[in-house]
Design a protein around this ligand. Structure first.
Ligand code: COI
Length: 356
């Protein structure tokens, strides 16, 4: 059982305007910290005022990127309570990522307690305006001051909180996606299935190119044949072709197993939709778009929620999906998923966890 010492701030910050939150711009009054030392395990769990780190310039994270993170949200319900959405799934994924990155596992119950305690301490920061939430960012990084390439012996686990609006400037309006055919994000045997910062660092060059061309994000193809769809920069991706909902299979190990992805599959199946997880070639999506059989496309993610895709650009070939409008399946998923998350509709699946 984790024992968390709490030191409250004496200088609370002014809270941001809920109409101008954007994503990841503001941080709350407190943060959670815990240290790992080989031979001692995780120790010194504490909540302290939000502050800078003081780290040795030789800290291994700066050089070899032994770092992982997670992303989940706390939501304000209509009766004023605060709840989390499937936090255990994020914590389990964190340990799968830890295993791949040779970072010590965390105790899942302890981390859930840490998340709930930190959100409770900063619960006044959970915004209540429609479409806003408190984004929770747990992360772990290697701190040994050492330049040999080895697994570190010391780590910091930190959780910070950020009140957020929508991830994309477009909000729920369809986003334009650029199909990346030059660079790759992940390969089988690599780290594509983990949430490590390095995956995102490697993706930036594609993201930059897409933004310069006026696109919100990149659609990544598999790293070997550049043929099969993996995922979009900050979200998993679904296509509706002839009424069948298709999403890339996790089997290749190059795709992030999204909690929102999993929840959408479960919701769609409970509504009787045919959902198929399989390898999906970009050529098949293009052919479906050209023959009028691509009904909808959308991305899913904690930050992105449900983001309809209105345009796909494949090597200059532009395909407008569903007239650039949100489709009925994306809308139904958005309404139901956000309904459960924000406590507007009953959670008969037991997905939400109350904080207060
Ligand atoms: C999330 O959806 O929580 C993510 O981590 C995606 C991203 C902002 C990197």
């Amino acid at each position: 059982m984790i024992d968390i010492k709490i030191e409250r701030t004496t200088a609370p910050k002014v809270k941001p305007d809920p109409d101008k939150l954007g994503f990841g711009n503001y941080f709350t009054d407190h943060m959670f910290l815990m240290n790992y030392t080989e031979g001692q395990g995780w120790h010194d769990a504490r909540i302290v005022p939000y502050q800078n780190f003081s780290l040795d310039p030789a800290s291994m994270v700066f050089h070899y990127a032994q770092e992982i993170f997670e992303g989940l949200k706390a939501y304000r319900t209509p009766d004023g309570h605060v709840q989390l959405f499937r936090p255990q799934k994020n914590i389990q994924r964190m340990n799968r990522t830890n295993d791949r990155m040779c970072i010590p596992r965390v105790d899942e119950e302890d981390v859930l307690t840490a998340l709930k305690t930190l959100v409770e301490v900063d619960k006044d920061w959970v915004p209540s305006k429609e479409g806003t939430s408190l984004y929770i960012r747990p992360f772990i990084f290697a701190t040994d001051a050492h330049l040999g390439v080895h697994v570190a012996k010391t780590y910091i686990f930190c959780i910070i909180l950020s009140p957020v609006g929508s991830y994309y400037a477009a909000g729920i309006n369809p986003v334009k996606i650029f199909v990346e055919t030059e660079y790759v994000r992940a390969v089988k045997g690599g780290t594509g299935f983990t949430k490590c910062g390095g995956n995102y660092a490697a993706s930036l060059i594609g993201q930059k190119k897409a933004e310069e061309l006026g696109y919100a994000q990149v659609l990544w193809l598999d790293g070997i044949e550049h043929k099969y769809i993996d995922e979009v920069g900050a979200m998993n991706v679904f296509f509706v072709i002839d009424g069948e909902v298709i999403t890339p299979t996790l089997e290749a190990g190059s795709i992030l197993p999204g909690v929102t992805r999993m929840s959408c599959i479960e919701l769609l199946q409970s509504w009787g939709y045919k959902v198929t997880e399989r390898r999906l070639a970009i050529a098949e999506v293009i052919e479906a778009a050209k023959s009028g059989r691509l009904n909808e496309a959308f991305g899913t993610g904690t930050a992105a929620v449900i983001s309809p895709i209105g345009e796909l650009n494949d090597n200059g070939d532009k395909m407008i999906v569903n007239n650039g409008e949100i489709g009925p399946i994306s809308q139904k998923l958005y309404d139901n998923l956000t309904g459960i998350q924000w406590g507007r509709i009953p959670d008969d699946k037991g997905w939400t966890v109350r904080v207060d």
